[in-house]
Design a protein around this ligand. Structure first.
Ligand code: HEM
Length: 324
């Protein structure tokens, strides 16, 4: 069991790295930095010297080579592949080192999910950044992290958790989990549709509390991508609708989390309430900095990572609340 515990912990750390690298790739607009998959212009790493670059450009004449975009894209893929190897090893260990059936099922499911992630990584490139594909791929990243964490919790069996009984807060814990997932969807949709800077002011958006918005096109999941979707194709009101929804939904999330935290505070799990509170305040502050300071790279990546931490913290609350 020790080896499963250690390996799932390594998986959690690596999943965080892969999520951060994915955000970096997206934020420097490098999603099409390598036009082929899984190689990069036919190379395992990326073309480095003049000869390799000339060869790369002759292979893909329609895609001028930019090393600053190829590196983030290929580094992200290589780390994701390493994470896939960790998942394979985890399946092997769970079938040889433990009799716990739920760990076996979870690790198999995790491996299937990572394979699907690879497929979506391929589709991201081949379908030219189709927003619904990119969004699903990002969601898959958060789901992968959560599964590694779930396996870790199951293999670890923390002593302190046995003293906590919060089964009374199951309903609000579940609602918080669902609204957080919806908020993450809106954030990812904002990012994949290049709507991050659609409202450059705060708390107003385009100088108004009710700017012109086009929800129909903003949330049309089947939109056309043209030759490719780099920098987005939506009109301004559609982008504003996406960005505005993410902000307003953050208010709703805050309200639900305040209820959850107050219930946790007066239960056996007060430290979890403080953890959620600190993460939520950090996340909202990073979101506002993203807007006011025009999306600084490290802040945008941190906004992504804190969303992942919030997800794991909310998952922990649900794990404890629903545990038999
Ligand atoms: C509970 C609160 C929040 C959560 C869980 C959350 C989550 C997320 C997530 C997961 C993303 C996608 C990041 C990416 O794909 O790189 C995102 C993007 C974004 N969020 Fe939030 N967010 C929250 C609150 C806010 C607030 C209050 C603001 C601003 C007032 C904000 C502004 C943004 C912006 C501008 C982006 C796009 C950044 C990019 O292009 O990467 N967020 N959010």
């Amino acid at each position: 069991m020790n080896s499963i515990k250690n390996l799932s912990f390594i998986g959690i750390c690596m999943a965080f790295v892969v999520i951060a690298l994915g955000a970096w790739t997206r934020l420097v607009d490098a999603g099409l930095g390598c036009p082929d998959w899984p190689g990069c212009y036919g190379f395992v790493f990326w073309p480095n010297d003049e000869v390799e670059i000339a060869l790369a450009e002759s292979r893909f004449p329609m895609f001028p080579y930019d090393i600053n975009k190829a590196i983030p894209e290929q580094v992200h893929r290589l780390f994701a592949a390493a994470l896939g190897l960790v998942a394979i090893l985890l399946v092997y260990l769970s079938f040889t080192k433990t009799k716990n059936n739920s760990i076996k099922k979870l690790s198999l499911f995790l491996l299937i999910l990572i394979c699907c992630q690879g497929l979506f990584g391929y589709l991201t490139v081949s379908l030219n950044l189709l927003p619904i594909v990119v969004t699903t791929h990002l969601f898959g990243g958060f789901a992968t992290l959560t599964l590694f964490y779930f396996i870790y919790l199951k293999s670890r069996n923390f002593e302190v958790f046995n003293q906590i009984n919060i089964s009374k807060i199951r309903l609000i814990a579940s609602i918080a989990f669902v609204v957080l997932i919806f908020q993450i969807f809106l954030g990812v949709w904002t990012s994949t549709n290049y709507a991050s800077l659609a409202c450059a002011d705060f708390p107003t958006c385009q100088g108004s509390y009710f700017p012109e918005m086009d929800f129909r096109n903003g949330f049309n999941l089947n939109q056309e991508v043209g030759p490719n979707y780099l920098y987005g194709l939506l009109d301004n009101p559609a982008r504003v609708a996406i960005h505005y929804s993410h902000r307003v939904s953050a208010l709703f999330v805050t309200f639900i989390f305040l209820v959850l935290m107050s219930r946790l505070w007066f239960s056996d799990a007060a430290p979890l309430a403080s953890t959620l509170g600190i993460l939520l305040i950090t996340q909202i502050t990073l979101g506002i900095i993203n807007v006011v300071y025009v999306l600084p790279l490290y802040v945008a990546i941190a906004h992504n990572l804190i969303a992942a931490c919030l997800l794991l913290a909310t998952f922990t609350v649900n794990y404890l609340a629903w545990r038999k």
